[in-house]
Ligand binder design. Sequence first.
Ligand SMILES: Cc1ncc(C[n+]2csc(CCOP(=O)(O)OP(=O)(O)O)c2C)c(N)n1
Ligand SMILES: [Mg+2]
Length: 395
Amino acid sequence: MAKGDPGVTTTRGRRAAPRAKRTAATAGGDPELVQLLTPAGERIESAFGPDGTEYRADFTDEEYRGLYRDLVLVRKLDAEATALQRQGELGLWASLLGQEAAQVGSGRALRRQDMAFPTYREHGVLYCRGIDPIMPLGLFRGVDQGGWDPNEFKFNMYTIVIGAQTLHATGYAMGVHMDGKTGGDDGEAVIAYFGDGATSQGDVNEAFVWASVFNAPLVFFCQNNQYAISEPLERQTRVPLYQRARGFGFPGVRVDGNDVLASYAVTRHALDNARHGQGPSLIEAYTYRMGAHTTSDDPTRYRIASEVEAWQAKDPIARMKAFLEKQKIADAAFFAEVDEQARAESVHLRERVLAMPDPEPVTMFDHVYPHGSPELDEQRAQFSRYLESFEGSAH
Ligand SMILES: Cc1ncc(C[n+]2csc(CCOP(=O)(O)OP(=O)(O)O)c2C)c(N)n1
Ligand SMILES: [Mg+2]
């Protein structure tokens, strides 16, 4: 997306240049789901959250096209990673298929100084943070432990332990607050990503308590993709997830996670509140995992095809494309050019993955602790002796 901050207006936010002529003049009436772009690609001028906050998002034409480009690129790169796994080039892959809008919308809402704590599925947010998309593939190929510097990109390492990163994010955000880095437009905010299943973890509930009572500048961003592997949402909760926030003492809002504009607007508002010292909030991005949990999973064992088809009709990219076409913001040449860029980038990604060197086995002991440990040194020595025992043998 283009540089700069697209205009987002909320009741407490700043006002952007209106583009009312391009919008359907209907305010979103459903406080259960903030939506600014319908599945048919109709633009909704504003929508209200459960606390009465009014959300709007106005972008330049270039910014709208930029968001579309992001969505297409992250989907294509994700599809390439899935194909690489199927061909034996990756050990595993956790696809983001269907969740592109939640990730690009929230990822683009982050300001440069904001810090993100991902799970293992946030390839779209990683892309928005400017990290080379090959990085997570090295991890899933088993040739490195995740190659980016979290401080340089303000994007922490992937975390596979469900919910653990919400505690890391809470501690980090408490530190930001204690260091006096909140309170102005240049303040730092933190975002923690997690799934619907993670809301049942103790870690996440503890994070909610700590963030709340210490007023941490933290946005809890829950991608409710309806499943925790094979467990459907009704096995996690009896109330809409965003309503849980109230019991912990901070606001919660549910956004249409397949709507990139609403995902952007709601996240930007929550981050700005956090950076101004107004504490944590919970965003439930209501979306759907279109693919398998990971490449090791077969979702046909536990969900029916008609459910998947119903969500295909709410596809995040199709609705953005319909909007751009209807409003004549983009033409056929633009869509063809984006497709070509996506194709070329995925070919490039594939070539680089296949060329990744296998690491020396003992390097798996590197970077476990910043300064090593005697136990680890002993394990490395043992493992080296074991490897040496094969030298000169046929195997
Ligand atoms: C502490 C812990 N328990 C169990 C697992 C196994 N596990 C991996 S993914 C997953 C489901 C997570 O579901 P959700 O939070 O909805 O995230 P999603 O995968 O849908 O994005 C589980 C139980 C784990 N990685 N960590
Ligand atoms: Mg889930």
